[in-house]
Design a protein around this ligand. Structure first.
Ligand SMILES: NC(=O)C1=CN([C@@H]2O[C@H](COP(=O)(O)OP(=O)(O)OC[C@H]3O[C@@H](n4cnc5c(N)ncnc54)[C@H](O)[C@@H]3O)[C@@H](O)[C@H]2O)C=CC1
Ligand SMILES: O=C(O)[C@@H]1CCC=N1
Length: 269
């Protein structure tokens, strides 16, 4: 199996390690680097994966999966570059950063694949959008597609759509959590105990997601099936429309897309 080193083991780095182990990768095939020793010890304890220095990660691994914040990328690449042979496959999980940024900072010809995953990777339910850089071969894309498919679903997209994918599926879980939180608060306001409200809402979200996944499902038709004439749902939806929730959602996704593009531009020369 391919040896993978995760560079930066925060929320996404841990989700990747955890998801890969659940998918059958042995801890011995994985490594990670982490800036904070206490965090590194915690992860080694939890997953049995070794924390290593960057030089060792580059020496041992076939794939370097970069999972630091976009703001931390320059020092990381400065540390990685001198250790590379140019044969390693670099997989960036970083929001906003174009493959060209990695190609500029790493040895000439380095294959780079950009991935936008999301945190449900932790439970094997990631959505990952994948794009190849200038030197990524079909085999590299296939490898990354297999890797990300082992922790959820994966789709290839042109790199020009990565900022939009970041806004939709990278950030997407946060928007669903926000809606769930808001509905639970509404239940509490209506006098339902918090635990019960949470159970009612979370199972409804899981049920709705399962319905959305059935063959031929369409969100509009599913919503219509819940909306009885003169009923409760129509009364509720009218309030969502009155408050402009649909355009708030469109604006939120657009703001996230623009922020992703901005994170990339911050690294232009
Ligand atoms: N949190 C999310 O839902 C998603 C995050 N991403 C992307 O994943 C990347 C990581 O995000 P998070 O995991 O949320 O951030 P995080 O802050 O939880 O994790 C980053 C980790 O990298 C470590 N780090 C920083 N510089 C380092 C270095 N030079 N060497 C070793 N370790 C270093 C930090 O100590 C930290 O543990 C970001 O680029 C983000 O855009 C992508 C999709 C979803
Ligand atoms: O908020 C962020 O910047 C990261 C990228 C996608 C989800 N979380």
């Amino acid at each position: 199996m391919t040896r993978i080193a995760v560079l930066g083991a925060g929320k996404i780095g841990e989700s990747l390690l955890s998801g890969l182990i659940s998918a059958g990768w042995s801890p011995g095939e994985l490594q990670f680097t982490e800036r904070y020793p206490a965090r590194a010890a915690e992860l080694t304890d939890r997953y049995g994966v070794a924390a290593v220095e960057v030089a060792q990660a580059v020496r041992d691994a076939d794939v370097l999966a970069v999972a630091v914040k976009p703001q931390d990328i320059d020092p990381l690449l400065a540390e990685v570059a001198p250790n590379m042979t140019g044969r390693e496959l670099v997989v960036s999980l970083c929001a906003g950063l174009p493959t060209s940024l990695f190609e500029r900072s790493l040895p000439a010809g380095t294959a780079v694949v950009r991935v936008m995953p999301n945190t449900p990777m932790l439970v094997g339910e990631a959505m990952s959008a994948i794009s190849g850089g200038a030197h990524a071969q079909d085999a590299d894309l296939k490898l990354v597609e297999e890797m990300m498919s082992s922790v959820g679903s994966a789709v290839l997209v042109p790199e020009g759509q990565q900022d939009a994918a970041t806004a939709l599926s990278g950030s997407g879980p946060a928007y669903f959590y926000y809606l769930v939180e808001s509905m639970i608060e509404a239940g509490v306001l209506a006098g339902v105990p918090r635990d019960t409200a949470a159970e009612l809402v979370v199972q409804s979200a899981a049920g709705a997601a399962a319905m959305l996944r059935t063959d031929g499902a369409h969100p509009g038709r599913l919503r219509e099936a819940v909306t009885s004439p003169g009923g409760t749902t129509a009364a509720g939806l009218r309030e969502l429309d009155r408050h402009g929730v649909r355009s708030a959602v469109v604006d939120a996704v657009e703001a996230a897309r623009q922020r992703s593009a901005e994170l990339g531009r911050a690294h232009e020369d």
